[in-house]
Design a binder for this molecule. Structure first.
Ligand SMILES: *Cc1c(COP(=O)(O)O)cnc(C)c1O
Length: 469
């Protein structure tokens, strides 16, 4: 029998960044000043920052040295060609259109393909993706499998498209009202849950039969490839790079937030196979982002991204990255904390409705729990529930999603196992004191993507966590 070995990081630490240690009183003031919204905290007031895995990765020494090779030419920078080669090698698409980050690519794709009155099916919404589809006049339709909405379901591919739901939409509105299907890998809002390669293949085949394009949200496609290798029969012997190429080969192009999988602090791209559509995208990118050979990125950023893509597909890297997330998840499960199962790729999602059964969803238990966790331990998470879901674009009513979660997102290559332990201790002590956490009400609600800038007040109290000091 093989000896069991723990995962460990395939790197060592060369440089450290000091963190501020705050007192509970300081944190109570900070969260009140921030309107009980963790997005409005100053990062210097945060100890362990699990707000997002977006742009928060530690770059390698190779990436830092790549910055020095920036060719800051306005047009035709060498770095663009290096990035194009890396994208083609690992994602396999024909044309690269760089953008400042993922939403820049979403804007261009949505404007090019969606007409008012169109429907855009997708395997669960993502905030910026859906908003750009709506701004272009489209309506997002969720076609993810039902298991994705059930936090306790152990289904290994909760990101899968439900082909029945997709077929029903096609029958109802007609394929000519569906410009493309938006396919996300390692679905963020579902808890970082993967799609199987067979589901991607079948979804693409169904779309192709109806002349509907498929665009991938490739933001976490490498992490998805890892789960395919581990969980889907027939792929264990393939490299991550081979699986990634196979995923992409079923689609017509992708939008990419390089701030996640690709290990850079800023950047993204749109990739397209169709020559004519790519030509139009290159024309539109000039309006919103910059010339088509930099699209809002400095030359040095494109170079760091090219190196980041190569590092991101290394098996040892992803094994340690997801290993750390699973370590945190298993420790929380052992402590009796209700989390979304199976443990996802980029973070652990705590089921806030179950954690705080005394707070109705209309008082935003996810938002309240994120604020309370910050007060308790200086750990910053993010709400992914009713605040993030926003209002129905037609009725104006609050959407109350089936998942009311807080996300503890793990930046890549940044925190240690001891940081994970401290996080578990804080969540566990909150679980014991959970009846002291109160709900929240809006004091300010912005029109777009309200979760970023909304402000709240505790309902019937002056603090969100009413423990004696
Ligand atoms: C982050 C993200 C985006 C948007 O990318 P930005 O780089 O933040 O603009 C799109 N889709 C998914 C799944 C994401 O996680």
């Amino acid at each position: 029998m093989p000896v069991k070995r723990s995962w460990a990081e395939p790197y060592k630490i060369k440089m450290v960044e000091h963190l501020t240690m705050t007192t509970r009183l300081e944190r109570e003031r900070a969260i009140a000043d921030a309107g009980f919204n963790t997005f409005l905290l100053r990062s210097r007031d945060v100890y362990i920052d699990l707000l997002t895995d977006s742009g928060t990765s530690a770059m390698s020494d190779m990436q830092w040295s790549a910055l020095m090779r920036g060719d800051e030419a306005y047009a035709g920078s060498d770095n663009f060609y290096h990035l194009e080669a890396a994208m083609r090698r690992h994602y396999g698409y024909k044309h690269l259109i760089p953008t400042h980050q993922g939403r820049g690519a979403e804007n261009i794709l949505s404007q090019l393909c969606i007409k008012p009155g169109d429907f855009v099916p997708g395997n669960m919404y993502f905030t910026t993706t859906k908003l750009h589809q709506e701004l272009a006049g489209g309506r997002f339709v969720d076609v993810i499998v039902d298991e994705a909405h059930v936090p306790e379901s152990e289904f290994p591919f909760k990101g899968n498209v439900d082909l029945g739901k997709l077929q029903r939409l096609i029958d109802e509105v007609g394929a000519d009202r569906i410009p493309y299907l938006s396919l996300e890998t390692n679905v963020n809002m579902a808890g970082g849950q993967p799609c199987s390669l067979s589901n991607i293949r079948d979804t693409a085949a169904l779309c192709q039969r109806h002349g509907i394009r498929v665009f991938l949200d490739a933001t976490r496609a490498v992490e998805n490839a890892y789960f395919i290798k581990l969980r889907e029969p027939g792929h264990a012997d393939k490299s991550l790079s081979e699986i990634l190429l196979e995923i992409c080969a079923h689609t017509d192009g992708c939008t990419m937030s390089a701030k996640k999988d690709s290990l850079v602090n800023i950047g993204g791209f749109l990739a397209i196979n169709d020559d004519e559509l790519a030509e139009q995208a290159k024309n539109l990118v000039v309006i919103y982002e910059g010339l088509h050979t930099y699209g809002g990125m400095a030359g040095r950023d494109m170079e760091a991204l090219a190196v980041g893509i190569e590092e991101s597909v290394q098996f040892d890297h992803i094994r340690a990255r997801i290993g750390q997330v699973e370590y945190l998840g298993h420790r929380l499960i052992d402590a009796g904390v209700p989390i979304v199962r199976p443990i996802g790729g980029h973070g652990v999602f705590i089921n806030a409705s179950k954690f705080l059964p005394h707070i109705p969803q209309s008082q935003f238990p996810g938002q309240a729990l994120a604020a309370a966790l910050y007060v308790d331990g200086g750990v910053r998470g993010m709400e992914r529930g009713a605040v993030s879901a926003g209002r129905d674009s037609e009725t104006g009513e609050n959407i109350l999603p089936s998942l009311e979660l807080i996300r503890l997102t793990i930046p890549r290559r940044v925190y240690t196992q001891a940081h994970m332990d401290v996080t578990v201790e804080s969540v566990t002590s909150l679980l014991e004191d959970r009846d002291k956490i109160v709900g929240l009400a809006f004091t300010y609600e912005p029109k777009h993507l309200r979760f970023f800038q909304a402000r709240f007040t505790p309902v019937g109290a002056d603090r969100v966590l009413n423990t004696a000091d």
